[in-house]
Design a protein around this ligand. Structure first.
Ligand code: GLV
Ligand code: MN
Ligand code: MN
Length: 401
């Protein structure tokens, strides 16, 4: 595959959801922008004579071969983004999947099992707070009743959002028959670090995903006048929040882990008022589950201690927690051998991680020269992406014949 050929399909999706001067993307699930992305996928699939399906959880499937047949070889990723994210996180795996089907056909591959490209919904959890929601619902890892009650920042529920898009909220939930028909899943993804750049390798294979979780801290204090309230009389939840952010950074460094507060919400959010309440979302990740637990406990403990000093109150709620994933099955081993690529772990979550509990799964990474992800500077060259398509094709060819 030439770089130009990759770029041609890539650029047909690129304008959708690109906003502002920095070129970041806002493609939140079930918004009008997401519906345009989904429409783009459906059209590309139909142009290739693939059979398109929308499953009960809103995930899209494009089939080459008979969808009801056992042992399907599935590739794909997601089209939703974080707020002002990069272009590649998600869409690269979807575009590469479609192009890999083109290449399989051009190579004259005659699959003995169906091959599909899947698009999973709400992978980032940017709108409704729970990452990999589409794959979690499909595999039964998330309660559909709870999912329907999730709300976005404007107060719209997931039930409203999917209903508006024509999906039946009553059908949301586990899809064991579909899951049982998948023989292997391969997700190609942009690398979210610079390991491949340092190794001078265009492609890598995933060994593991760090355990990780999202935890909401709710701080309450006493709203009051910023000009007239004596410093000694205050119960300011912003102080507890600020201390919690600093403790997050320190505790993560002590544990050799990653922890971030990247989102806060303050009320009433006024310049001349002491806040009455505030919330902060902690994203915590570590190489093993025990370290993750210690990390989160320590941050929580430091936050509670500080709340006592500030005369405020803090509660912590785990919004989603994902255990460690090891990609150690046959498909991963085959990928590492067949592609002769470096094998590396990642701190990022993926639908492949969710599926790996049920299906033999592998992940391929494409070099990202900036190493930046979840931000507009995320990058990959057309030439590397074209290599990614060829390597994905090699692997799918081995699996489907
Ligand atoms: C998904 O991109 C995540 O790891 O947050
Ligand atoms: Mn992703
Ligand atoms: Mn992501």
């Amino acid at each position: 595959m030439s770089a130009e050929r990759f770029a041609a399909l890539w650029e047909s999706l690129s304008p959708v959801g690109r906003v502002g001067e920095d070129g970041g993307y806002v493609r939140h699930s079930w918004t009008d922008t997401d519906l345009v992305c989904r429409e783009w996928f459906i059209e590309e699939a139909l142009d290739r004579d693939l059979e398109v399906e929308i499953d009960r959880n809103g995930n899209l499937w494009a089939w080459w071969g008979e969808p009801e047949q056992e042992g399907a070889i599935v590739t794909g990723s997601h089209l939703d983004s974080v707020p002002h994210g990069g272009a590649y996180d998600g869409p690269l795996g979807v575009v590469s999947g479609l192009l890999a089907i083109d290449r399989l056909r051009e190579r004259g591959v005659k699959p003995v099992r169906p091959v599909a490209v899947a698009v999973f919904t709400e992978e980032e959890g940017a709108r409704f707070g729970v990452p990999c929601l589409g794959s979690r619902l499909m595999t039964g890892a998330f309660d559909p009743a709870k999912a329907l009650r999730l709300r976005d920042r404007e107060g719209a529920s997931l039930a409203d959002a999917i209903g508006r898009a024509g999906l039946d909220p009553d059908r949301l939930g586990p899809d064991p028959e579909r899951l049982a028909r998948i023989g292997a899943f391969v997700e190609l993804h942009v690398e979210q670090g610079r390991a491949l750049d340092h190794l001078n390798a265009p492609i890598g294979v995933a060994s593991a995903i760090w355990p990780h979780g999202r935890y909401r801290f709710d701080f309450t204090g006493e709203g009051n006048h910023a000009g007239t309230t004596r410093m000694s009389d205050r119960h300011d939840p912003m102080l507890t929040l600020a201390y919690t952010v600093l403790a997050t950074d320190e505790v993560a460094r002590i544990h050799g882990a990653h922890a971030t507060v990247g989102r806060v919400d303050v009320a009433p959010n006024a310049t001349n008022a002491i806040a009455a309440r505030a919330s902060a979302w902690l994203d915590a990740r570590a190489a093993d589950g025990e370290t993750l637990q210690k990390l989160v406990e320590s941050i929580h403990h430091r936050s509670e201690e500080r709340a006592r000093r500030d005369g405020t109150h803090v509660t912590m709620t785990a919004e989603s927690v994902t255990g460690e994933v090891g990609f150690a099955g046959d498909v991963s081993r085959l990928a590492a051998l067949e592609l002769q690529a470096p094998v590396l772990p990642t701190g990022a979550g993926h639908d492949a991680g969710v599926l790996s509990a049920h299906v033999d799964t592998a992940m391929l990474f494409v070099r990202n020269p900036t190493g930046i992800s979840h931000a507009p500077q995320e990058s990959a060259s057309d030439a590397d992406c074209a290599v990614g398509v060829e390597k994905l094709t090699d692997l799918l060819a081995r699996l489907c014949q």
